[in-house]
Design a protein around this ligand. Sequence first.
Ligand code: F6R
Length: 257
Amino acid sequence: MRIAILPDNEAIGKVGADLIEELFNRKPEAILGLATGSSPLPIYQEVIRRHRGGKVSFAKGRAFTLDEYVGLPVEHPQRYRNFIRQEFTDQVDFRDEEVNSPEGNAEDLAQACADYDQAIKDAGGVDLQILGIGSDGHIAFNEPGGSLASRTHVGVLTEQTRTDNARFFDDDLNQVPTHCVTQGLGTIMEARRLVLVAQGDNKAEAVRQMVEGAISAHWPATIMQMHPDAWILLDEQAASKLKLSDYYREVWEKSNL
Ligand code: F6R
């Protein structure tokens, strides 16, 4: 894992945007994996700035989002399909039809999940996957106790995740969906590069487990220790429980981007 402990969201945004810019300038038809939620927003905002400054284009690119709530109305702003367009893809030059999301309202959800997994494979696989982490250690919506090798599937959100996400639903837990569709850990691990972002104290324990804990379905993000090219971008608060933080800082300073 390449661990960056950075002073603020601006620095996180720059490192994440550097990686995306480098990828699309080298490979304009690249496939970007997109997370929703708050964590990646500094990266998306910096990428939007660079796009407007003519430094990076997504005109030939494709994108796949990680997950979706089940049962939200098509126009609901917290439907991840809508969220990602508003916060990122509509603000750059991605072709709308090339921004793919799992279908949370399909009649046959299991089939829709299998189709989504296949669509990622058929497209050639994700080049760079942006990730956040839940305070319970989930990545995408792979909650504790699931298979470390899962494919895209229907899941049940933990009470913890629903409580964390209630801020997007008028702080009303009853409005937060109970079910989701999510890329599986096995699906995510096939991306060629993973870039996970975490900020704030409430992520510190999940980050400690992800980086320094034993690999376990109890903390799903620990599977990332098995990925050959995983980048972890943290602010000081999210990094505050890491035992070897001084060493990670030294390694980061001595490595070239
Ligand atoms: C969202 C996703 C989730 C979030 C995680 C953190 O597409 O995959 O795993 O990344 O729940 O959410 P935030 O960033 O809102 O703290």
